[in-house]
Write a new protein. Sequence first.
Length: 261
Amino acid sequence: MSTLDGPTVSTAAPARALVARNLRRVVRLPSAFFPALLMPVFQAIAFSGAFAAAIHLAGIRNSLDWFVPLAALQGAGFGAMSIGFATIIDIQSGFLDRLRMAPMPRRALVAGPLAAAVLRAVFPVVLVTAVGLIGGMNVPGGWLGLAVLGVAALGVGFVAAGWGLGLAYRMRSMAAAPLMQFAIFTAIFLSASQMPLALMSGWAKPIARVNPVTNILRMARQGFLGRVTWAHTWPGLLALTGLGLVTTLWARRGLSSVDRI
C-alpha cells in the first residue's frame, strides 16, 4: 500500500502497536484503572443486598444472579471508556499529532484504541464474575451462560469505547469525561437494570422496554436465571451490532474533525 507521499503500512501493524501501548498504561498508571476494576464489585454486592426483596418478588432467589451480570456490563463499559481519557492525554501532549503525521491509515487510530479498550474490559468482567461465583451465584446455563455474559459485556465495552473516543476527538479536553460517563450510566439505568420489566411502573417502564440495553442485559443474564436460548440471545446481539456500528462511525468522524483543525 502506498500514498502520494510515500509508502505506508497496513492497519494491523500500527493498531497492534497502539493496543500494546494502551495496555502498558494500565501497569504504569494503575490508579487510573483500578476504580473501574473495583467499582463493579462494590455495585454487585451493594445492589444485591439493597434490592434483594424486589428481586425475590420476581421469583429470583439469589439476587447475585440478577446483579452480577449488570455489574459485569457496567465494569466493562466504564473500564473500556477510559480509553477516551487516555486519548485526551495524547491529544494534549501532542502525541496524537505525531501519530497523524505517521504513514499509516487513519482507521488504525480508531481500531487500535477500540481493540485495547475491549482488552481492558476483560479485567473487570473476570473479577466481578469470580466474586459472584465465590458469593454463591448460580449459573444454570453453565459455561455457555458465562460465555454469553462475556460476549455481552465486551460488546458493551466496545460501544462505550467508541462513544468515549468520539467525544475525546471532538472536545479534546477532560471536559468530555462527565459526558462519557453520564451517557453510559443513563443508558444502563434507564433499562431493566434494577428489576424485571414486569415489576416496573410509571414513566421508566416504556423507556426500559425500548432501550436496547434491556435486550443486552436479558442476553447477559439468561445463563444465570436459566438456560441459554436463541430467543434471548439474538435481540442482544442485534442491539450490540447496531450500537457498535453507530459508535464506531462516531469515533471515525470524530477523528476526521481533528484532521480538519
